[in-house]
Design a protein around this ligand. Structure first.
Ligand SMILES: NC(=O)c1ccc[n+]([C@@H]2O[C@H](COP(=O)([O-])OP(=O)(O)OC[C@H]3O[C@@H](n4cnc5c(N)ncnc54)[C@H](OP(=O)(O)O)[C@@H]3O)[C@@H](O)[C@H]2O)c1
Length: 286
């Protein structure tokens, strides 16, 4: 898969789709941001579309991890095509492939959410400009979680873009399973750890490699492992105006639901009705 020309064509298609999106006005319903110690991100263009600043937690000594999810009105997240949940283009292009990524060094994804076309970036020109204004490269690093090492490196786009670093967070056994395809791709680096605090060790290692802000795009097993390890800081949750997805698949799947403090709630009118976006700060488990 994927030479430079093929990747350029993919970028062209993604950029054209993102540039054609029209964003309806946002309405701020709740704004408790002044009660938190958060950093505002985005420029005047972003603030105008979002009806104010987009916020993110400060970076201290480990990556600031934000989780971004779209759920159906009845709270489901699992579907092969998250756009089928009905949150619309504004969520896809302004929040998901936009504001939630403009300040991040990397995007992290679980093995079961990967598919052949996967490559996670920001496409709309104004949002790319906001990344560049922060001194960030156009494309964030791609970070894949796979304890077992059962990912199809040969047929997944993000492993084929030489200029964009890829980190595979895996176990010793997973690293062995991936030895052949990774050997051929020096820009893909395995970060190996085993045991209960593996994810924490891997996050510290990523921090030392310059990954200070990370967007976790799920799925729910992955997001929950960040929450359960006390490593998730922000949750950006969009709720669509209709029921859908696989029944009983909320974004969190662990045993200790996190305590969430709402920072913002915003709404906008989309084709299917009113979409709601909420930003929560996660309280670390005691
Ligand atoms: N609504 C949304 O916003 C949204 C977002 C993303 C995904 N989705 C949907 O959600 C579904 C997939 O979600 P899912 O929860 O089943 O799977 P997932 O979180 O995407 O992937 C789970 C896999 O990730 C790896 N993994 C997770 N935590 C790990 C850790 N701490 N260390 C190492 N590896 C780890 C494991 O891979 P190995 O088995 O290889 O070890 C695990 O089996 C899909 O239908 C997708 O389309 C929806």
């Amino acid at each position: 898969m994927s030479g430079n020309r093929e990747f350029a064509a993919f970028c062209g298609r993604k950029t054209a789709i993102a540039s054609a999106a029209l964003f309806p006005p946002f309405k701020t319903v709740i704004n408790r941001a002044p009660h938190f110690s958060l950093s505002a991100i985005g420029d005047a263009w972003c603030h105008e579309r979002f009806d104010g600043p987009f916020w993110t937690s400060a970076v201290v000594d480990c990556p600031a991890v934000s989780i971004v999810f779209v759920q159906s009105r009845d709270g489901n997240t699992v579907t092969d095509d998250p756009s089928s949940l009905g949150a619309g283009e504004t969520d896809a292009h302004l929040i998901y492939e936009g504001l939630s990524r403009i300040a991040v060094d990397g995007v992290v994804v679980g093995a079961s959410t990967l598919h052949a076309e996967s490559f996670f970036s920001v496409w709309r020109r104004e949002l790319v400009d906001a990344r560049i204004a922060r001194g960030l490269p156009v494309h964030p690093a791609q970070i894949v979680l796979t304890r077992e090492g059962r990912v199809d490196v040969d047929h997944t786009r993000l492993f084929h873009v030489r200029d964009v670093p890829v980190y595979v967070l895996t176990s010793r056994a997973g690293r062995e399973r991936l030895a052949r395809p990774l050997h051929a791709r020096p820009w893909v680096q395995a970060i190996v750890a085993d045991g209960q605090d593996a994810l924490e060790q891997q996050m510290h290692e990523l921090f030392t490699r310059g990954q200070h802000r990370i967007s976790c795009i799920g799925g729910r097993l992955t997001a929950s492992s960040f929450v359960d390890a006390g490593l998730a800081h922000d949750l950006y949750l969009t709720t669509s105006p209709r029921d859908g997805g696989s029944p009983r698949t909320p974004w969190y799947v662990g045993n200790r639901p996190p305590s969430l403090e709402r920072v913002l709630a915003k709404t906008w009118e989309d084709i299917e009705g009113v979409v709601r976006f909420e930003h929560f700060v996660l309280q670390r488990p005691a």
